[in-house]
Design a protein around this ligand. Structure first.
Ligand SMILES: O=C(O)c1ccccc1NCC(=O)[C@H](O)[C@H](O)COP(=O)(O)O
Length: 285
């Protein structure tokens, strides 16, 4: 398993403990239950596909472990444009995004729950909270910040549940199923993310139709669209494949669409563009 994921999860567990000390779970759950009504993430994706279009989950991320600052920091880079989540969300919506994905992790991605709320308030698109979720507490937190979809990363659960005595796969799967059920009970969709065939086998035991295949190798940070293509034959027809990471050119998009992969999660290519929405329209025209 990857070092970066271990590092992220170590910090994440400290953050969860600190958050629980400030706000107990029952209070957070009440906030989640009285949050703004959830928007239908899966329908937004399906509607684009039914119209013969790509369903683009357009990401708002200021920085990443693999690439550093992408946007909006005094990095001195000639390619760094202002990072204003509400403006980015607005232009994504104007240029045909199906949904948004907003990083809320502060330490590794310079994200924030406030960015998610600002982006969601600026448009009518459903929003994925992009973070590293391990516990029920974070599911309630996600809905309480008005998000519409959660991310479950299979490799994070495998890493988290790995102990010498436990049955790694069963424990990880049971935990993911519990979290999925809670997310659904709060009206949110679930995107389950995999990197390889073993993870995919576990992901397919969840009921969500949204299967994300992340093309980024978390050991090397290299991206290869072959990751998506190699796993495709093992995915039943009722599922919606979301190809994630490393989509940069219209050729990449055409390559995926030729194999009936119609749902894309794209971050960096948009974040480096002056107007992320115009870049979305250019890539997916
Ligand atoms: O982006 C990273 O460097 C990264 C490192 C460790 C864990 C996750 C990471 N990225 C999260 C993502 O999945 C991407 O933000 C998303 O798929 C968009 O990818 P891209 O279009 O390549 O920015």
């Amino acid at each position: 398993m990857s070092d970066i994921l271990s590092k992220i999860l170590t910090v994440k567990k400290q953050e969860i403990a600190a958050a629980k000390a400030l706000k107990p779970y029952p209070i957070l759950l009440q906030e989640a239950q009285s949050a703004a009504p959830p928007r239908d993430f899966i329908a937004a994706v399906q509607n684009k596909i039914a119209a013969g279009k790509s369903a683009v989950i357009a990401e708002i991320k200021q920085a990443s472990p693999s690439k550093g600052v992408l946007r909006g920091h005094s990095s001195g880079s000639a390619h760094s444009f202002a990072f204003v989540p509400a403006e980015i969300a607005h232009t994504y919506a104007q240029h045909g995004a199906a949904c948004l994905s907003v990083l809320t992790d502060q330490q590794f991605f310079m994200g924030s729950p406030e960015y998610l709320q600002a982006a969601r308030n600026a448009c009518s698109l459903p929003v994925l909270r992009k973070d590293f979720i391990l516990e029920e507490y974070q599911i309630a937190e996600t809905r309480a910040m008005n998000a519409d979809c959660i991310l479950l990363i299979v490799s994070a659960f495998l890493l988290e549940c790995s102990n010498p005595s436990g049955n790694l796969k069963n424990e990880s799967l049971e935990r993911m199923l519990r979290l999925e059920q809670l997310a659904h009970s709060l009206g949110m969709a679930v995107l389950v993310e995999v990197h390889d065939a073993a993870e995919l086998k576990m992901a397919l035991q969840l009921s969500t139709p949204l299967i994300g295949i992340n093309n980024r190798n978390l050991h090397t940070f290299a991206t290869s669209l072959d990751t998506t293509l190699e796993l495709l034959p093992s995915i039943p027809s009722g599922k919606i494949v979301v190809t994630e990471s490393g989509i940069h050119t219209p050729t990449d998009v055409a390559h995926m669409r030729a194999r009936q992969v119609n749902t894309f999660l794209v971050g960096e290519a948009f974040m480096r563009a002056e107007d992320p929405g115009i870049e979305l329209a250019r890539l997916f025209s």
